[in-house]
Design a protein around this ligand. Structure first.
Ligand SMILES: Nc1nc2c(ncn2[C@@H]2O[C@H](COP(=O)(O)OP(=O)(O)OP(=O)(O)O)[C@@H](O)[C@H]2O)c(=O)[nH]1
Ligand SMILES: [Mg+2]
Length: 380
C-alpha cells in the first residue's frame, strides 16, 4: 500500500490569490448568468387552485401570493365559477380559481378553456374538517388524469388542520390520504386562514411553495413563480436549497486550485435569482463583493474550517490526492458556502440593499455552519 502523503504544514490559504480567483470566476459567470435569468423569466405560467366549496381556495391564494382574488378583474371568458386572473400586466402568470367538481372546462368559453388545458400545476384544496368525500376522490382522480388529456402535477392541501385536535392529526391525515389515494409527498397539511386562537399564522405556506418550486424546476418556470410570492424571503428558500444541492453535487471546492468556476457560477446565478425575486437590480460589483467578501475576506470561521478539513484529507493545491475524501469535504464546503451566500443575499435585499459586510458575514457564517450540521445529521 502506498504511503499516504503527509499533509502540508497548516498554512492559511492565500486569501489574496483566492479573492482574485473568485473575482475572475465571478466576472466570467456574470455575463452568461444574466441571459439565463432573463430566459427563465420569459414564458407563461398557470397555477390552478381547485377544490370544493369553502375548502379554502381563496385563503390559499391569499396566503401564498398575498392577493385577494375578488379584487382583481378576471380575464374575459371566465365565469363566476371559474375565474382566471393575471398576476402581472403582461398576463405571463395566471391564477385559476375554480370549483373542483366535474369538468369545469365545459361551461367556459374558449379562452378560459385554453387556460385550463395549459395548467402547469394544480393545487387541490380539501377541507380537513369533516374529511374527504367520495366526490372529492372522484374529482381528484379526474384531475390527476388530466384536463385535456394531459396529466400534470397535483398537490393536495389538507386545509383547516387547525380545526383538528393536535393528538388526532396524524391518524386523521393518514386516513384522509388513504381515502384520496394521495402519497404523503404530494400533500401539504395546511391552515391557510386559521382561527387566531388556534394558530398565530398560516400553516404550510412554505411547504406549498417548496413543492410547487420543485415541480416547476423541471420546466424551468420556478423563478417566474417565486417572483410572484407574497413572502420574498421565503420565496428564496427553495432557490437557495436547490443551488446548494447543485453546488455540492458539483463537488467543487471553493479554495484555490479547485474547481472554483462551477461553484462561483452557481453562486452568481443564485444572487441574480434572489434579486429577480425581490424585483431589484443587482450591480455586478455588488454581486462580486458579496461572494468575494464572504468567501475570502479575512478567512472567517467557516471558510477556515473548509481549508483545514481539506488539508486534513490530504489536500495539497494542485495535487490529486485522497480524491474521495476531498470530494466529500468539497461537497460540504461548496453546498454550505452556497447556502450561506444565498442567505446573505436575502439579508442584503431585505435590508433595502445595505452592504453592511459585518452583518452579511454573520448571516453567512451562521447559515453555512447550519447547513453543514444538517448535512451531517442527514448522513448519520
Ligand atoms: N379555521 C380555518 N378556517 C379557514 C381556513 N382556511 C379557510 N378558512 C375559512 O373557510 C371559509 C372559506 O374560505 P375560502 O378561502 O373563501 O374558501 P373557497 O374555497 O374560496 O370558498 P368558495 O369560493 O366559496 O368555494 C372562510 O370563512 C375562511 O376564513 C383554515 O385554515 N382554518
Ligand atoms: Mg372562493
Amino acid at each position: 500500500m502506498a504511503d499516504p502523503v503527509a499533509p502540508t504544514s497548516p498554512q492559511p490559504a492565500p486569501s489574496g490569490d483566492f479573492s482574485a480567483a473568485v473575482r475572475k470566476a465571478g466576472l466570467l459567470a456574470w455575463d452568461s448568468t444574466g441571459a439565463e435569468v432573463d430566459a427563465s423569466l420569459r414564458g407563461q405560467l398557470t397555477v390552478a387552485f381547485l377544490g370544493s366549496a369553502s375548502a379554502g381556495k381563496d385563503s390559499a391564494i391569499r396566503a401564498v401570493f398575498g392577493i385577494d382574488f375578488g379584487e382583481i378583474s378576471p380575464i374575459p371568458g371566465s365565469t363566476s365559477s371559474l375565474k382566471v386572473i393575471p398576476l402581472d400586466a403582461a398576463g405571463q402568470v395566471l391564477l385559476v380559481n375554480a370549483p373542483g367538481f366535474g369538468d369545469v372546462r365545459a361551461d367556459v368559453d374558449q379562452v378560459a378553456r385554453k387556460v385550463m388545458d395549459d395548467l402547469d400545476v394544480i393545487v387541490y384544496v380539501v377541507n380537513a374538517e369533516g374529511g374527504a368525500t367520495i366526490d372529492e376522490r372522484r374529482d381528484l382522480d379526474a384531475i390527476r388524469n388530466g384536463y385535456g388529456g394531459k396529466p400534470r402535477p397535483v398537490l393536495v392541501c389538507l386545509n383547516k388542520i387547525d380545526l383538528i385536535r393536535v393528538k388526532e392529526r396524524e391518524a386523521f391525515i393518514a386516513a384522509t390520504l388513504e381515502q384520496l389515494g394521495v402519497a404523503r409527498k404530494d400533500c401539504v397539511v395546511a391552515a391557510f386562514d386559521p382561527l387566531p386562537q388556534l394558530a398565530a399564522a398560516p400553516i404550510g405556506v412554505a411547504e406549498v411553495t417548496m413543492w410547487i418550486h420543485d415541480q416547476l424546476a423541471v420546466s424551468g418556470k420556478q423563478l417566474l413563480f417565486s417572483k410572484h410570492l407574497r413572502n420574498k424571503a421565503q420565496a428564496c428558500e427553495p432557490i437557495i436549497h436547490a443551488a446548494a444541492k447543485r453546488a455540492s453535487v458539483a463537488g467543487a471546492i471553493p479554495v484555490p486550485g479547485a474547481d472554483l468556476v462551477v461553484v462561483t457560477a452557481i453562486q452568481v446565478k443564485l444572487i441574480r435569482d434572489i434579486a429577480a425575486v425581490h424585483d431589484a437590480e443587482i450591480d455586478k460589483e455588488v454581486a462580486l463583493f458579496i461572494i468575494g467578501e464572504l468567501l475570502s475576506g479575512g478567512m472567517r470561521s467557516f471558510v477556515r474550517w473548509g481549508a483545514e478539513a481539506l488539508k486534513a484529507a490530504g489536500w495539497i493545491p494542485g495535487a490529486q490526492i485522497a480524491e474521495a475524501a476531498i470530494l466529500a469535504v468539497g461537497a460540504v464546503v461548496a453546498g454550505a458556502t452556497t447556502f450561506g451566500v444565498g442567505k446573505a443575499a436575502i439579508q442584503y435585499f431585505q435590508s433595502g440593499r445595505s452592504l453592511d459586510s459585518g452583518a452579511l458575514r454573520m448571516v453567512f457564517d451562521a447559515a453555512a455552519w447550519d447547513y453543514k450540521r444538517r448535512g451531517e445529521a442527514a448522513t448519520v
